[in-house]
Design a protein around this ligand. Structure first.
Ligand code: ADP
Ligand code: MG
Length: 249
């Protein structure tokens, strides 16, 4: 696996929520590729299927049809147990609401993926401390999430997603609940991570202020991919993006 090879391939992915009259077809046949060494941004209005697509890519949600390959492995046909272990090892997920464990310190939260990977308690705590230092949180290791700002909590969440050096890092709406400076800091960290030739970062957003961090931008609308361009081509074709993101639904 190396830079510019596909890390993620989705082919004709379909996902429907519910059945019968209340069924919502969230993904209507999505195909896309994300490569190693790349920060891919998936953009589009609220409700177009971005979060559903991320969930299907990391396998927390099963698609109805179509295939998803991560690093050359078809996860669509992987049994649940194998997929759970595969995801724990190779995927880091930064949730929109951060999903930190409130009763654990920053260091303990970040140590979880290392513990799941079989590291000793002391090794996991040490790795977590080093990771927190990298994101600028040295000295805050023993703080609880409730004692930190939104931006700091997000950096803990980013640390937890990256401490086990996963090949794929996925981030849903990184700036939705943050001020501009905290949002930029998060994107700087994700951007830096995507420079690793054996890593791929996928960021979902509808915040046009951060589009320039991407290598490539995939546009979605109403459950479909409608365009895929380099970020520079996208920004050239959309020269006056709105400065304020729509509020998240
Ligand atoms: P986005 O992240 O782009 O805002 P989502 O993937 O969350 O979009 O949602 C896509 C569509 O699927 C929307 O119409 C949404 O209302 C619907 N949807 C999302 N999650 C569920 C769910 N758990 N049950 C039923 N419908 C859902
Ligand atoms: Mg969403």
């Amino acid at each position: 696996m190396s830079a510019h090879e596909p890390a993620v391939i989705c082919r004709e992915v379909i996902k429907t929520y519910g059945k019968g009259e209340i069924a919502v077809r969230a993904l209507k046949g999505v195909s896309l590729e994300a490569r190693f060494g790349e920060l891919l941004m998936i953009v589009g209005p609220s409700g177009c299927g971005k979060t559903t697509l991320l969930s299907v890519i990391c396998g927390t949600l099963r698609a109805d049809s179509g295939t998803i390959e991560l690093f050359g492995k078809n996860i669509s046909s992987m049994p649940d147990r194998e997929l759970t272990a595969f995801r724990a090892r190779h995927v880091g997920f930064i949730f929109q609401q951060f999903n930190l464990v409130p009763t654990l310190t920053a260091r303990e939260n970040v140590s979880i993926p290392r513990l799941l990977a079989g590291a000793s308690y002391s090794a996991a705590q040490k790795d977590a401390g080093a990771m927190l230092a990298q994101v600028g949180l040295a000295g805050r290791e023993e703080s609880f999430p409730s004692q930190m700002s939104g931006g700091q909590q997000q950096r803990v969440a980013i640390s937890r997603a990256m401490v086990h050096q996963p090949r794929l890092v996925i981030c849903d709406e990184p700036t939705a609940s943050l001020d501009a400076a905290a949002g930029q800091r998060a994107l700087d960290l994700l951007r830096e991570s995507a420079r690793h030739p054996d890593r791929c970062v996928i960021v979902v957003t509808h915040d046009s202020r951060i589009f320039h961090y991407a290598d490539r931008i995939v546009e979605m609308d109403d459950g479909l991919v409608t365009a895929s361009q380099t970020a520079s081509d996208y920004l050239r074709d959309h020269p006056h993006p709105p400065t304020q993101p729509k509020s998240h639904v």
